[in-house]
Design a protein around this ligand. Sequence first.
Ligand code: PMP
Length: 316
Amino acid sequence: MVQLQRPEWVYVRGQVRPWDEAVLHVSTEAITRGLNVYEGLKGYWRQDGASFGIVAMKRHFARLQRSARLLYIPCPVDYQEFEGACHDLVRALYRPDRDMWVRATLYVVEGHWGEGTKADLVLTAYHQDKAPPAPIEIGVSTWRRSSDDSLPPRIKTSANYQVARLARIEGRGRGFAEMILLNQWGRVAEATGACVLLVRDGAVITPPPSEGRLESITVQILQELCGSLGIPFVERPVDRTELYVADELALAGTLAEIVRISRIDEHRLPERAPVLSRIAARFWAAVRGVEPHPAADLSIVEPRPQRSGIAQLAGR
Ligand code: PMP
């Protein structure tokens, strides 16, 4: 059985509060129609443990606003409030031996069919292993990514993950931890929670968002890192068969980070991945503050005051 973390604190209704206080009424559109938009952000300890930085917070907030606008959900916070809320929750929960993943969700708590819509910002944060991910084996799903004229993939809303869930269940039956979804034209869209990167003849290739993938912040970061490293980076449509003949293959995303693929369906990838290894090394150096890069700007969480402020943060 999966064991999900149950952190002590959560941010809801404008404050850090005990986990059990994050409740929504069943009549809200957040529940009846699964109406929300969200972001997943990653925070890393600097290599020497001196500070904790959340990656690309501005870009995440901008995408949250874009998702909200596309679903006619008013965003109840500005950037300063958003950043402050993330810092408050992380400060209440972080531990020196673990990195963190923060889920920032706007749940629609008032309104009906787009009238009188009001949302609340809810943050949950979970501890993550510091070790880089090991290579994984994946498959191509029979389920298809939705299209821009049905459920636009560039909106990061939970409803967009129903097909991802079906694909994961399908994949589990075939022994795969992740699955790639093709788009309505039968070309590569993305994985269930990350984008797809191929290397062919020394160039990194990824499908553009118009092929049905999320406007990924990690892909943007990697594209900019490739620019600095002098590695060609191309956004173009990708056929399924290109996955099978790629020199190197990886998934990229905030939570997935850069994870190499060792097998796709029945095709094994070469053992060596020199281009992806170079990019991954530069990525880790940037997010851990060893060799900062403007693409991976860090929002630094100031440490807790000597006397713990948790009780005060929790409003009790
Ligand atoms: N596609 C999907 C469906 C995702 O859920 C994610 C993770 N947010 C990504 C791609 C990667 O996006 P990002 O790099 O912004 O995390």
